[in-house]
Design a protein around this ligand. Structure first.
Ligand code: PEP
Ligand code: MN
Length: 340
């Protein structure tokens, strides 16, 4: 961190600033020239609240030169993190195809979709049991029963399962779930992120509807700071002025994130575009952009789905997509295809 001091700053105020920084374990080296004085801080500057530095009258400008997310940053951890859940790996060349319905609706539905997803080449089964819905009157999930049915589908297919949590009080219900999903609407629920940081279980964090890449990385940092190193990031579209798709799928976030962090980065084209016909081309584009996986909503009867039916693709479309994704992976020089 660099702190530029006003020319007229009193020596006593400068000393107070230095004492305050020293109390936080930081040493400041002074560079003084005709333009004024600048302090360069070395040490664990991520812990310094830059707004509190800027709030001091003597500070003209303060700027970070290191990322405020040291644990998520690739600088401190150059090698890709590989997240392991239920025998399936994500990251470091291992591709995840997380597929399943938006919501778990019944035993027959989740078993049928799970079998079809597995046959198509899915590596993980998704299914929402707690659904964040815009309307309080919409179907909001089978809750604990939904988790039970998802685990039943895992027992039959062997696919590790991913499901969304909405609040920390639900953690005991997710004990047997392989990957806990934090939805876009909860990306900045810091109490929830801290609670998940206490676990030693993979957490998949979806980018908030209006969140920047840096804010997504800061959310990951909350989980990592608690000691839970198993975090996957997911781009799922952001809000823009465009209305022809449900959201605007920001695929540039993939190479941006891959450069900034060692964590696996996956893409959810289903919520990104909101229309089934647009999901396969954007999934292929995500693979070409270097994603470590995709999350795709699949339903055996999309017309009668209780949530997000419009964006759910049919199981046979998933099978065809997997074959093309495999070809794109090979074309960009990835040794492992979707099903390896
Ligand atoms: C979901 O995965 O079904 C979901 C609700 O996603 P998001 O949080 O990205 O809207
Ligand atoms: Mn959904």
């Amino acid at each position: 961190m660099i702190i530029k001091i006003r020319r007229d700053a009193a020596q006593a105020a400068r000393q107070q600033l230095l004492d305050w920084l020293r109390a936080q374990g930081l040493e400041a080296s002074l560079v003084e020239g005709t333009q004024g004085a600048v302090y360069a801080l070395l040490g664990d500057t991520a812990r310094v609240d830059i707004e509190r530095v800027r709030a001091r009258d003597i500070v003209e400008e303060a700027r970070r030169i290191h990322a405020p997310y040291p644990r998520a940053s690739r600088t401190s951890h150059p090698r890709d993190t590989v997240v392991c859940a239920g025998g399936a790996r994500v990251g470091g060349g291992h591709f995840a195809l997380i597929s399943g319905p938006c919501s778990v609706e019944s035993e027959a539905q989740i078993l049928a979709v799970a079998r079809a997803a597995k046959a198509a080449g899915a590596t993980h089964l998704r299914g929402g049991a707690f659904k964040p819905r815009t309307s309080p009157y919409a179907f909001s999930g089978l809750e604990a029963e939904g988790i039970r049915l998802l685990l039943r589908a895992r027992a039959e297919t062997g696919l590790p399962v991913v499901s969304e949590i909405m609040e920390a009080g639900q953690i005991p219900l997710f004990d047997a779930v392989d990957i806990i999903q934090v939805g876009a609407r909860n990306m900045q629920n810091y109490a929830l992120l801290r609670a998940l940081g206490e676990l030693r279980k993979p957490v998949l964090i979806k980018r908030g509807l209006s969140s920047t890449v840096e804010e997504l990385l800061m959310s990951a940092e909350y989980v990592l700071a608690g000691g839970n190193a198993q975090v996957i990031l997911c781009e799922r579209g952001i809000r823009t002025f465009e209305t022809s798709t449900r959201n605007t799928l920001d695929l540039s976030a993939v190479p941006v994130l891959k450069a900034l962090t060692h964590l696996p980065v996956i893409v959810d084209p289903s919520h990104g575009v909101g229309v089934a016909a647009l999901v396969p081309p954007m999934a292929l584009a995500a693979v070409a952009a270097g994603a470590d996986g995709v999350m795709i909503e699949v339903h055996n009867d999309p017309q009668n789905a209780l949530s997000d039916g419009r964006q759910a693709i049919a199981p046979d479309a998933l099978g065809a997509l997997v074959r093309t994704m495999d070809r794109v992976r090979r074309a960009i020089g990835q040794e492992k295809g979707v099903r390896e």
